[in-house]
Unconditional design. Structure first.
Lengths: 284, 273
């Protein structure tokens, strides 16, 4: 080729233009907005650190952060537990394996809006199917979405139902790369099934597990449509997620500067969380 | 004997959970054909079959338009992401030029950026460009993704250089080389990028809610969200379920035919749709 430098640059040019417009500029603009008050119409007003001052004393900011943490603390272990069980079980069968895999994965491809609308009815207090089932076996109905302490766990259970298929197929792919000889050797040495699971399977799936934890974390911080449709962030802000709070500040109250500052701080929190998880989970 | 019993238990276990994943969808489907007073029952069967729920949806909201809006946006975004992903990925994998290292590092860096960072600034840009209430406002900011470029790059690296040199000797231009030689050899990568991009675009709700206010320009998931929340469904459960069935069915049909590719795409891209 005559001038590789020129050809390379020309072919990459569309992305460079795209990235300058839709990545670099918004990034710089978000930093600019942190220090301004702006309703989106009149000129932005320089207010120094006021957005950040407001943020550190904003109880709803902490509430949305705690809600996200609550979501993650429930969802991550639940997801890993079920995904591991499903993957190990699926790995042990031959007949119908791809059928079951396809069924378990189905909620992953369907829109969150569909899942949320359906589960909203399942969770209904007065005549929802879950409560009907509970009362039929003589148990009291549960206030799934109407109690402050149960609403976020309910959303976390629904999210687990939606996403567990993804993590199941990831674990399954990981399991299929474990050499059969490991298990054979362990069997000869007289290791029990439980011992094999914890000594061979779990350590070899560790990289997948790290990925699952990181993806779940990013996912939890992206939670939006579920509380938006199901609860509107209620009751009493118990399901106000970080993205829902940004959305409300920007589009319900018109505080674009403040919403941008919130987005910036949440992004930093996500980046730090992911870095910490990488560090702790990958050195093991 | 013992072996048969344990495999029976295994299949029973798997079947119970399979029912748990399937039942809500079947309940939605059957509920969309039931009158409201029958919807909340556990049973999937009803003696009162009705198309009234669908009729109500069609009369209240422009759902056919929304379907085509979603289709236009998802196809435009997918086409663009694949084409530009291929071109840029090729320039990083197969052309030795100074900037390629920096660009790769930059791409990996942008992949780590949470979308919350640029959500509001992007919105203000779309407003400035006059692209609110315009499908271009949904397409332009999503025309390229770092993930797709990196995935193409990774795949192209394994294509032998000798093949590319040979095509160049034959007087093949670089663009022709990409689309006639490199991309056809990379069908798995093209499939993965196309499926993930299409699904992400089709299922996105947040960005359309921000950019589109005119009902005639809304995407399908957005219109249905607004239908359920905005009171136009008037809490007709059957109608809400009919609307969500219409949102789920196109993707589920695709999924039925391309199930293996869907699952493989998610595994190899490690992202969530």
């Amino acid at each position: 080729m005559k001038r590789p430098g020129k050809v390379g640059l020309t072919l990459s040019a569309p992305y460079i233009i795209y990235a300058l417009t839709f990545v670099v500029f918004p990034l710089l603009f978000s930093i600019y907005l942190i220090f301004h008050r702006w309703d989106g119409m009149s000129a932005p007003v320089w207010i120094g650190m006021k957005n950040l001052d407001r943020l550190v004393s904003d109880s709803l900011f902490y509430q949305s952060l705690l809600n996200t943490l609550q979501f993650l603390v429930i969802q991550i272990p639940l997801q890993i537990f079920f995904a591991l069980i499903f993957a190990v079980t699926l790995n042990s069968i031959k007949v119908l394996r791809s059928f079951f895999r396809a069924v378990y994965f189905m909620p992953v491809v369907v829109s969150g809006v569909v899942v949320t609308i359906v589960w909203l009815q399942l969770y209904s207090f007065d005549n929802g199917i879950l409560n009907n089932m509970l009362t039929q076996v003589g148990l009291p109905p549960l206030p799934w979405l109407v109690s402050t302490s149960l609403a976020m766990p309910s959303i976390a259970i629904m999210a687990t139902w939606k996403n567990v298929g993804l993590y199941t197929v990831m674990f399954l792919a990981g399991l299929q790369s474990v050499p059969e000889e490991y298990y054979e050797a362990a069997t000869i040495d007289g290791a029990s099934a439980v011992r094999k699971f914890f000594r061979i399977t779990v350590p070899l799936l560790a990289p997948t597990m790290t990925l699952v934890v990181i993806l779940s974390t990013i996912n939890g911080f992206s939670l939006f449509v579920e509380p938006f449709v199901m609860t509107g962030g209620g009751p009493l802000n118990a399901t106000l997620s970080s993205v829902l709070y940004i959305y409300n500040q920007a589009f319900s109250f018109g505080h674009l500067g403040y919403a941008s500052a919130l987005g910036f701080v949440f992004a930093i929190i996500i980046l730090v969380a992911v870095l910490v998880q990488r560090k702790f989970l990958e050195t093991e | 004997m013992k072996r048969n019993l344990s495999s029976l238990v295994t299949y029973f276990f798997l079947a119970v959970f399979a029912a748990g994943f399937l039942y809500p969808f079947l309940w939605m489907l059957s509920g969309s054909f039931k009158p409201d007073f029958d919807v909340m029952k556990l049973s999937l069967l009803s003696s009162h079959f009705t198309l009234g729920n669908y009729a109500l949806v069609f009369s209240r909201i422009p759902i056919v338009r929304a379907f085509f809006n979603s289709l236009i946006v998802a196809m435009a975004v997918t086409g663009s992401v694949v084409v530009f992903g291929g071109i840029v990925g090729y320039s990083l994998a197969k052309i030795k030029w100074k900037g390629s290292r920096y660009l790769t590092v930059f791409l990996l860096f942008t992949m780590t950026l949470p979308f919350q960072l640029t959500l509001i600034p992007l919105y203000t840009m779309v407003v400035k460009f006059g692209l609110t209430d315009n499908l271009l406002g949904l397409i332009l900011p999503n025309m390229m993704t770092a993930l797709s470029i990196i995935m193409f790059r990774q795949f192209f690296v394994s294509i032998p250089d000798s093949l590319i040199e040979a095509a160049r000797m034959d007087g093949c231009s670089e663009l022709k080389l990409i689309f006639k030689v490199v991309m056809p050899l990379s069908k798995p990568a093209v499939m993965t990028v196309a499926i993930i991009t299409f699904l992400t675009s089709w299922n996105d709700v947040l960005w359309p809610l921000i950019v589109i206010r005119n009902q005639n320009l809304m995407t399908l998931p957005q219109l249905i969200t607004v239908f359920v929340l905005g009171g136009e469904a008037e809490s007709h459960l059957g109608a809400e379920l009919a609307a969500s069935t219409m949102l789920a069915v196109p993707i589920l049909l695709l999924y039925m035919f391309f199930q293996r590719y869907f699952i493989q795409s998610f595994i190899s891209s490690g992202v969530k749709g």
